[in-house]
Design a protein around this ligand. Structure first.
Ligand SMILES: CCCCCCCC(=O)SCCNC(=O)CCNC(=O)[C@H](O)C(C)(C)COP(=O)(O)OP(=O)(O)OC[C@H]1O[C@@H](n2cnc3c(N)ncnc32)[C@H](O)[C@@H]1OP(=O)(O)O
Length: 247
C-alpha cells in the first residue's frame, strides 16, 4: 500500500473512481443544483447583509438546521465524477467550477467538441468558460480577490491540459494581474495547452471582462509518473502513424 499522496496512491484512487459506470451530468437532480444555487445566494446575502443581530441569530439557527438535514447522509469523499454532454469527465465537487460545490464560482465551461483522448497524441484545444463572480469573491473595493482570479485560471488551464490529452496536477501557476477583475459582470475565461516536455504540460490562459484582459496565466501541470508510464505503454502499443511524435 502506497503512502498517501504518492504517485501510486493518486493513480490508484483515480483508477478506482474512473473505472466503472460514470453517470451523465443530466442525471443530477434539479433539486441538487437548486440547493447549490441557494447556498451561493446565501453566502452572497451573508456578505452583503445589514440586518441586526437578532435577524442574524435567527438566520444562523435556520442555517444550522439546514446543515443538520444535509449531514443526515454523506459521501465518504468529495470526489464524484460525471460525464458532461461533450464527453468530458468532470469532478462535480471540485472548487473550480464544481456543479455540486456552492463554494466554486459560477463558472460554466462551454462544450469542448474537439478534445483529445487522454494519453493520445496531444493537440492544443482552446477551452472557454463563462463566469460571473459575486460580492462573495471580492478583495479590494470593487474587484475580485486575486486568489479567486487564480482559481478560475488554474481550473481552466487544468481543463485545457485534459482536453489536449495530457492532464496533470498544477505544479506551477504564474498570474499577471493586468487590471481589476470585476464581480457582477460576465467574464470570459480562456485557456489552451501549449506544449509538453516529458511529464510536464504547459498551458496559458486569460480572463476577459467586456473584451478587456484583466489577468493572464501560464501554468505547468505534471502528470504522475505511473500515468505517464501508462500513456507511454499505450503509445507504444498503437500502430505508428506517418508523422508520429513523442508519447
Ligand atoms: C477536475 C479538475 C481539473 C482541474 C484541475 C486544476 C488543477 C489542480 O488544482 S491540481 C491540485 C493542486 N496541485 C497539486 O496538488 C500538486 C501538488 N504537487 C504534487 O503532487 C507533485 O509535486 C507533482 C505530482 C505535481 C510532481 O511531483 P513529482 O512527480 O515528484 O515530480 P517532480 O520530480 O517534482 O517534477 C517533475 C518535473 O516537473 C518539473 N517541475 C515541477 N514543478 C515545476 C514548476 N513549478 N515549474 C516548472 N517545472 C516544474 C520538475 O523540475 C521535473 O522536471 P524534470 O522531469 O525535467 O526534472
Amino acid at each position: 500500500m502506497a503512502e498517501p499522496g504518492t504517485d501510486t496512491d493518486d493513480f490508484a484512487a483515480l483508477e478506482q473512481l474512473i473505472v466503472g459506470e460514470i453517470p451523465d451530468v443530466t442525471s443530477i437532480p434539479d433539486e441538487a443544483l437548486d440547493l447549490v444555487e441557494q447556498v451561493r445566494d446565501l453566502v452572497e446575502a451573508t456578505v452583503l447583509t445589514d440586518v441586526g443581530a437578532d435577524v442574524r441569530s435567527a438566520a444562523a439557527g435556520l442555517v444550522a438546521q439546514a446543515t443538520e438535514l444535509l449531514k443526515a447522509a454523506t459521501h465518504p469523499s468529495a470526489v464524484r465524477f460525471a460525464r458532461t454532454p461533450d464527453g468530458r469527465i468532470d469532478q462535480l465537487a471540485q472548487a473550480g467550477s464544481g456543479m455540486l460545490n456552492p463554494q466554486a464560482p459560477r463558472m460554466v465551461i462551454r462544450p469542448v467538441l474537439d478534445a483529445v483522448d487522454v494519453g493520445a497524441e496531444p493537440r492544443s484545444v482552446e477551452v472557454v468558460a463563462d463566469c460571473v463572480l459575486t460580492a462573495a469573491h471580492s478583495g479590494p473595493p470593487g474587484r475580485a480577490h486575486g486568489g479567486v482570479v487564480a482559481t478560475l485560471l488554474d481550473h481552466l488551464l487544468g481543463i485545457a491540459t485534459s482536453a489536449a490529452g495530457r492532464p496533470g496536477f498544477t505544479a506551477g501557476l504564474e498570474i499577471r494581474y493586468r487590471d481589476a477583475t470585476p464581480y457582477d459582470v460576465p467574464l470570459e475565461v480562456r485557456a489552451r495547452w501549449t506544449h509538453r516536455d516529458g511529464r510536464k504540460s504547459f498551458a496559458t490562459g486569460e480572463i476577459l471582462a467586456q473584451g478587456r484582459v484583466t489577468a493572464e496565466a501560464t501554468g505547468v501541470f505534471v502528470a504522475p509518473r505511473d500515468m505517464q508510464a501508462r500513456w507511454q505503454r499505450d503509445a507504444e502499443a498503437r500502430p505508428e502513424p506517418a508523422d508520429a511524435g513523442q508519447a
